[in-house]
Design a protein around this ligand. Structure first.
Ligand SMILES: Cc1cc2nc3c(=O)[nH]c(=O)nc-3n(C[C@H](O)[C@H](O)[C@H](O)COP(=O)(O)O)c2cc1C
Length: 228
């Protein structure tokens, strides 16, 4: 198994060579959540595919592993001992802004910014880590309240319609991210499919703004969302 230090070095070099603009550090996966279907089906990477961002390392292919081969990565590459200090370390090494992904609690959000984070992604990993984890939409307002109006907050998880984007922005997010809809677009028609997904969402967001009387993004305010 290739040394972790070598892999880290490759990551920093890639970041410089490929002109990365920021690093997103995923904080909600100290280990992989159990994925019963992957275990049951002995999930393996199909032979004709490999992991592009691990090219040239021993992590490029999923090894033959007991149960799901997804566990190979978490068993060898995930470090459950990391603390908030890691944010400073990544910033020092990469010289890039660092966004922490997978934050759901206001107190964790505050600690991330105290440790130098440049932004947060409020995320429950698309519900793929811990079953019954809190929906991200519920955590936007409390986290915004805790960190103040100027910090960068992005939200993901279950964004499927323009109205979902409107609600996230109304509750205090600066932007949203998409996971599965991008994959569905890709499967449907490659790049064109992805563009279709993005254009549909923009069209729906604009429609929801028109129908709620918002002329621009700054008019999307929290009073648009009520508790049922
Ligand atoms: C197939 C798949 C693989 C993913 N792998 C990762 C990963 O390696 N690291 C990570 O931080 N999030 C990963 N995610 C979670 C996404 O980054 C994102 O948080 C989530 O998909 C957002 O929810 P949505 O799919 O409902 O839009 C993955 C999601 C999917 C669907």
């Amino acid at each position: 198994m290739q040394k972790i230090e070598q892999l880290q070095k490759k990551c920093w070099l890639d970041a410089i060579k490929k002109n990365y603009k920021a690093i997103v550090f995923t904080a909600d996966a100290p280990r992989l959540g159990t994925r019963e279907r992957d275990e049951r089906n002995y999930f393996k990477m199909p032979d004709h595919l490999s992991l592009g961002n691990f090219k040239g390392t021993s992590f490029e292919k999923f090894d033959d592993y007991e149960g799901s081969s997804m566990n190979m990565h978490s068993d060898h590459l995930f470090d459950p001992t990391l603390t908030f200090n890691i944010i400073t370390w990544i910033k020092e090494k990469s010289k890039l802004p660092v966004l922490v992904k997978g934050i759901l609690r206001p107190d964790d959000a505050i600690k991330c910014f105290e440790n130098g984070a440049d932004g947060l992604i409020i995320s429950n990993h698309g519900g793929r880590q811990l079953d019954t984890a809190v929906p991200t939409l519920k955590q936007v307002a409390p986290i915004r309240q805790a960190v103040g109006k100027d910090k960068l907050l992005i939200v993901d998880g279950g964004i499927r319609r323009g109205t979902d984007i409107l609600k996230c922005l109304a509750l205090g997010a600066n932007a949203v991210q998409l996971g599965r809809p991008i994959l569905w677009g890709l499967g449907y028609d490659g790049q064109i499919g992805v563009e279709l997904v993005l254009n549909l969402l923009i069209t729906e967001l604009v429609e929801s703004m028109v129908l709620t009387g918002c002329k621009n993004l700054s008019e999307i305010t929290s009073d648009l969302v009520t508790k049922s």
